[in-house]
Design a protein around this ligand. Structure first.
Ligand code: TYM
Length: 332
């Protein structure tokens, strides 16, 4: 079966609704039909300063949330990036294939480094997308389920894979982005013109999946809409309402058209109240399951150890082939 690979950063606190709807929800679905590899990208996390104890805790927390969201170690390979040394190794090779100007055009780097102050950004942050290229190519992934903000990184991956294949012979599968139109970009609840994100959103605009469900309900109910009253999907003119409709549609598996029909003649408050309830029903068991995994770190760590072993078997093979193609002398 075709292969998918994706990754998520171990952030402090919890995943947010954009991470879940834009990516993790698809990961759960794809493990049924695809040979699926998912990882917590701790190597990527250190491109910005990290406290060691927190990084360790956040890595476990990320894995616990992925399991709570529905990843099943029997159906997918779940691992921690730093457990598989081939990521850094292939990352170096990819660094040597990337043009400086090409890397300079990555918009996420421009945004993130501007936020930090250009002088304080690390070289690691600059080469972040190139490590991501290595992540994807190591597993010969056919598809990469991510949110819209990762599209440019997947395009870079395709470019570098084609470049390598052209120069050294067919080695890497050319991956395609797997980005859903409906949820590829979930917007901030207070400013629906920007994407929901840990760094840019205000606390009220950001739904953390591990927030107290009461807090979540309150945030949904105070989401910014517009001065009209019609509940209609129109992202350009009604960004806030459209965002709420997208979220509601996905969480309830109801089409946006059906939602529009069922809210005909109703006020925004009705949609918000219903969505708040749907959200609470979703996050309440999610929180409890995450806590169960956190309470049993031995099981969690052994899931990750098994995942790393499976991942390494694939990654080592690709790296060996890559080294051979490049012309590295084999160690006898
Ligand atoms: P990260 O950790 O920032 O985000 C994880 C996933 O969540 C998606 N996402 C969103 N989707 C919709 N709406 C939003 N508001 C929103 N915010 C975040 C992201 O697109 C992502 O899919 N560079 C990656 C991690 C990574 C990776 C990889 C991904 C490292 N190596 C290899 C795929 C393949 C990142 O920082 O994601």
């Amino acid at each position: 079966s075709p292969r998918v690979l994706s990754g998520i950063q171990p952030t402090a606190g919890s995943f947010h609704l954009g991470n879940y709807l834009g990516a993790v929800r698809q990961w759960v679905a794809l493990q049924e039909t695809h040979d699926a590899f998912y990882m917590v990208v701790d190597l990527h996390a250190i491109t910005v300063p990290q406290d060691p104890a927190e990084l360790r805790a956040n890595t476990r927390l990320a894995a616990a949330q992925l399991l709570a969201a529905g990843l099943d170690p029997e159906r997918c390979t779940l691992f921690v990036q730093s457990h598989v040394p081939e990521h850094a190794q292939l990352g170096w090779v990819m660094n040597c294939l990337t043009g400086f100007g090409e890397a300079s055009r990555m918009t996420q780097f421009k945004d993130k480094s501007a936020k930090q102050g250009a002088d304080r950004a690390t070289v690691g942050l600059f080469t972040y997308p190139i490590l991501q290229v290595a992540d994807i190519l190591l597993y010969q992934a056919d598809q990469v389920p991510v949110g819209e903000d990762q599209r440019q990184h997947i395009e870079l991956t395709r470019d570098l894979a084609e470049r390598f294949n052209g120069r050294f012979g067919e080695t890497f599968t050319i991956p395609a982005p797997y980005i859903l139109k409906e949820t590829g970009k979930i917007y901030d609840l207070q400013d629906p013109t920007i994407k929901m994100s840990k760094s840019a959103s205000t606390p009220k605009g950001l739904i953390n999946l591990l927030d107290d469900p009461k807090v979540t309900a309150k945030k949904v109910k105070s989401a910014v809409t517009d001065t009209e009253t019609v509940i209609r999907f129109d992202p350009e003119n009604k960004a806030g309402v459209s965002n709420l409709l997208s979220i509601m549609s996905t969480l309830t598996s109801t089409s946006v058209e059906d939602l529009e029909k069922s809210y005909e003649g109703k006020m925004y408050g009705a949609l918000k109240t219903d969505l708040a309830e749907v959200m609470v029903d979703f996050v309440t068991p999610f929180r409890a399951r995450t806590q169960e995994y956190l309470d049993d770190p031995e099981t969690l760590d052994s899931v990750l150890a098994k995942g790393a072993e499976k991942a390494r078997a694939v990654a080592a093979e690709t790296l060996a082939q890559t080294y051979e193609r490049i012309g590295f002398l084999p160690a006898k």
